[in-house]
Design a protein around this ligand. Structure first.
Ligand SMILES: *[C@@H]1O[C@H](CO)[C@@H](O)[C@H](O)[C@H]1NC(C)=O
Ligand SMILES: *[C@@H]1O[C@H](CO)[C@@H](O)[C@H](O)[C@H]1NC(C)=O
Ligand SMILES: *[C@@H]1O[C@H](CO)[C@@H](O)[C@H](O)[C@H]1NC(C)=O
Length: 335
């Protein structure tokens, strides 16, 4: 079963999450108008201050490490909408960064200090103390799931060294310009990317980090060189904790009273639980429905789930404080 088939299956069988179909058209038009107004494209990815500016094999190494670690940046201190000033923060070139950007800032800070943190030969066996220094915080809160991060860093580095001559570039080469093939290579070889769960007796594929890894490479290289994939549109939305919140705000995701109460009480939602799978699966399916609608409204608009996801994620960060529903609190290495 593919990610999209998994999402469709989850959407059809959900109990606590629902997609109000009547709102898809409005959300699609709103998103389309805004993406057009902002001229949203892969270039937008490259405009972020912390994303790599050079395009070479080291850039691929950088993106790979970032997506090995691209999970669980929400803070126990936050209320689910507003950020607490004591949360995990990394300062880079004088600017404090939180959330996903704190990861990029920590990696760039280490590179500037001469630590070859993006090199698999370095990180396959980097000591816990060295990694603690790389991810050191400006505040009292340290990076969430530090132990898990050390484990996935070591594992990813060792797989690259043992099977891919020490670089993710060789995975890309083996995929022969196919995003679907690259997705398979990642999931088969790197255990920490197996974001696969049981739902209603069936195995479902969400694959957030594996897909965003491919998307980041595509966007960074503007669909050229290491970023050239003839089937990039097979990649789906990346089911994390931030985009579902924004999809609720857009009116294309709706939670049951029971689930809303859990979120409002800031209860933990277990990784792999029915509620968690429903939030993530319906998010993927809601974005798919929005894209189908956008293609009907504007057949010439270059659009895919990656661009819509990136656009919604950027917007969600901007309007975070207006959100009417808190994020769902799941601690996992998958997102
Ligand atoms: C990692 O380093 C430790 C200590 O130096 C060593 O014992 C171990 O064999 C190394 N492992 C790998 C995979 O290089
Ligand atoms: C493996 O990588 C090294 C440099 O990193 C290169 O010199 C060597 O040719 C590569 N081997 C293969 C089989 O690609
Ligand atoms: C790569 O893909 C092309 C076209 O899709 C195909 O003709 C070729 O045989 C593939 N090469 C390998 C090594 O799989």
């Amino acid at each position: 079963m593919s990610v999209l088939e998994s999402a469709s299956f989850i959407a059809q069988n959900s109990k606590n999450v629902h997609i109000p179909i009547d709102n898809i058209d409005r959300a699609a038009r709103f998103t389309l108008d805004n993406m057009r107004a902002k001229e949203y494209s892969t270039h937008t990815w490259n405009e972020h201050a912390l994303q790599p500016k050079e395009k070479n094999t080291s850039t691929v190494d950088w993106i790979f490490l970032v997506d090995v670690l691209n999970f669980s940046f929400w803070s126990d201190l936050d209320d689910g909408c507003k950020e607490n000033s004591e949360r995990y923060t990394v300062k880079y070139k004088g600017t404090p960064y939180t959330g996903y950007w704190s990861l990029c800032a920590a990696i760039n800070r280490a590179l500037d200090d001469g630590i070859p943190i993006t090199s698999p030969t370095y990180y396959a066996n980097a000591s816990v103390q060295d990694l603690a220094d790389v991810f050191a915080s400006e505040t009292k809160e340290s990076i969430p799931l530090f132990k898990e991060r050390v484990a996935v860093i070591h594992e990813a580095g060792q797989v690259l060294l043992e099977k891919f001559n020490g670089s993710f570039v060789n995975c890309i080469r083996q995929a022969n310009f196919s995003a679907a093939a690259l997705l398979r290579i990642i999931v088969e070889n790197f255990p920490s990317f197996r974001d696969i769960h049981m739902y209603q007796g069936r195995e479902v594929y969400i694959l957030k980090r594996a897909q965003i890894l491919i998307a980041d490479i595509w966007a960074c290289f503007d669909g050229q060189s290491y970023g050239e994939f003839h089937d990039i549109d097979t990649i789906t939305m990346f089911a994390d904790y931030r985009v579902p919140q924004a999809l609720c705000y857009l009116g294309v995701l709706e939670y049951s009273q029971e689930l809303l109460e859990k979120l409002n009480k800031r209860q933990m939602i277990a990784s792999g639980s029915q509620d968690e799978i429903e939030i993530r699966g319906n998010s993927i399916w809601a974005v798919e429905l929005m894209i189908r609608r956008i293609k009907e409204i504007a057949p010439d608009q270059p659009i895919n789930a990656i661009l819509v996801d990136f656009y919604i994620w950027d917007t969600a960060k901007e309007i975070q404080e207006q959100m009417n529903i808190p994020i769902h609190r799941t601690r996992s290495i998958y997102y």
